[in-house]
Structures are given as structure tokens and as C-alpha cells.
Design a protein around this ligand. Structure first.
Ligand code: PGA
Length: 254
């Protein structure tokens, strides 16, 4: 049994107005606001992040963003920085999500700059990696994941690594209802753990949480979360309703 605290992080994507986000956050706080067994994180869109943050105040539920800009301030129209997120008490930030990579042209180098900026400003980066269906079918899954992970974490020190969370999200499983089998997921998670050993040493690698993402739901979560190297979930669709999200938190607490 490892001692890594499980993480259940809700990625709301481009869903929920500020008022809707507040209502959802209130339900989550009422149900799990005081528990400390699982690290529960919600990542609202920027327009809802401050109002949701106020609902989370005084609770154990953490506030995350879905992206940031690597610079602290300046002429970057439309962007939000790490210090701005810290100022509203965000603690986590999702970086390199496959939708950012495929729809908004994010590169491993860009993800790396953002990861270093997040760490510099005491935000926990949730660094996403994962292969497309074509890459899996071509047998290049591990190579793709290795490249994304090594480039994304370049320059991260051993001390900083304790704050890093990795999310393995097979692109073909995101929002498709197609979940990776537990064997497929555990295989890649174990591979990522091995890469983290090489990067940061064994003791540190054993502390870093590796989340699974891609159609995780109450029905499939218990089996996934029981795997040795699966330390939680990055949840899209099932995080938009309190009931399913809370069931996932309960599954992670087991
Ligand atoms: P999904 O999304 O749970 O809806 O598949 C996961 C994610 O994209 O983080």
C-alpha cells in the first residue's frame, strides 16, 4: 500500500456560468468540504473561478485553473497568469490538456514553460499526457507519453517535483465513453512511474500522484483506482454533476 493521497480533480472545461458553478461548488462543499482523505479539486472556467473560490473558502476542496500563461504579467491579450491565480487562492492548474494541444496548438515546450511558471508561483501543475488513437494503434503510446512527460517536466527540480501531478489521459478515451481497460491504464501509469524514477529518483517518484483521465465514471472508477499506480482521476463529464463527482470522491476514499 502506498501513502500517496488520492486526487479527484474536476475539469469543468467550458461549462458552467458563474452562478451555475457556485451552485455546484456549494453541493460539493456541503458533502465533502470537511473530509481530508482525498485531495478534491475543482477547475472552473475563468469567469467562474473567483466566485467558486469564495464558496470553497474554509473547506478542504481546492481551486484549480484550466490553463495559465507562463509570464507573470504584460501584453498578452486574453491570458491569465500564475500570480493572478494565486491572488484568488487557486492551488492547482491543469496544463497541456489534449484539447489545449490539439485545438489551441500547445506544444511540449509551451507546456514546459507553463509548468515551470506554475511551480515558481506555488501552484501545483496537473501535467497532462496521452496518446491519440492513431498513436496507440501504431504502437507508439509509450514513446509519445515519454516525450510529452520528459519535455513537459524539463528543468523541474527534485524539490519542485513533489508538487507535480501527472495526468495520463488517452485522447481516444476523453469524452468518448471509451475508457481504457484497467490493464491499459496501469501499464502506462507504471511506465510513467518508471520515468519519474529516472528523472527525480525513486523516493520522489513514489510520492508523485499520477491521475487517470478519460471517461472515468462511478461505474469504472473503483477498478481503476484500485491499480497500484493510479492515484486518482481527472474528471470531465462526470464532474459537472454533484452526484457523480461525489461518488468518484467516495470511490477514491475507499
Ligand atoms: P472526460 O474528460 O472525463 O469527459 O472523458 C476528461 C478530461 O478531459 O480531463
Amino acid at each position: 500500500m502506498n501513502t500517496r493521497k488520492k486526487v479527484i480533480a474536476g475539469n469543468w472545461k467550458m461549462n458552467k456560468t458563474s452562478a451555475e458553478g457556485v451552485a455546484l461548488a456549494q453541493e460539493i462543499v456541503a458533502a465533502v468540504g470537511k473530509q481530508g482523505a482525498v485531495e478534491v479539486v475543482v477547475c472552473p472556467p475563468f469567469t467562474a473561478i473567483e466566485s467558486v473560490g469564495r464558496v470553497l473558502e474554509g473547506s478542504e476542496v481546492r481551486l484549480g485553473a484550466q490553463n495559465l500563461h507562463a509570464e507573470a504579467s504584460g501584453a498578452f491579450t486574453g491570458e491569465v497568469s500564475a500570480p493572478m491565480l494565486r491572488a484568488i487562492f487557486a492551488t492547482h492548474v491543469i496544463l497541456g490538456h489534449s484539447e489545449r494541444r490539439t485545438l489551441f496548438g500547445e506544444t511540449d515546450e509551451g507546456v514546459n514553460r507553463k509548468t515551470l511558471a506554475a511551480l515558481k508561483h506555488q501552484l501545483r501543475p496537473i501535467v497532462c499526457v496521452g496518446e491519440t488513437l492513431a498513436e496507440r494503434e501504431a504502437g507508439t503510446t509509450l514513446k509519445v507519453v515519454q516525450t510529452q512527460l520528459e519535455r513537459g517536466l524539463e528543468g523541474v527540480s527534485r524539490e519542485q517535483a513533489a508538487s507535480v501531478i501527472v495526468a495520463y489521459e488517452p485522447v481516444w478515451a476523453i469524452g468518448t465513453g471509451k475508457v481504457a481497460t484497467t490493464e491499459q491504464a496501469q501499464e502506462v501509469h507504471a511506465f510513467i512511474r518508471g520515468l519519474l524514477v529516472k528523472l527525480f529518483g525513486d523516493a520522489m517518484a513514489q510520492r508523485i500522484r499520477i491521475l487517470y483521465g478519460g471517461s472515468m465514471k462511478p461505474a469504472n472508477a473503483p477498478e481503476l483506482l484500485a491499480q497500484k499506480d493510479i492515484d486518482g482521476g481527472l474528471i470531465g463529464g462526470a464532474s459537472l454533476e454533484a452526484r457523480s463527482f461525489l461518488e468518484l470522491v467516495a470511490a477514491a476514499a475507499k
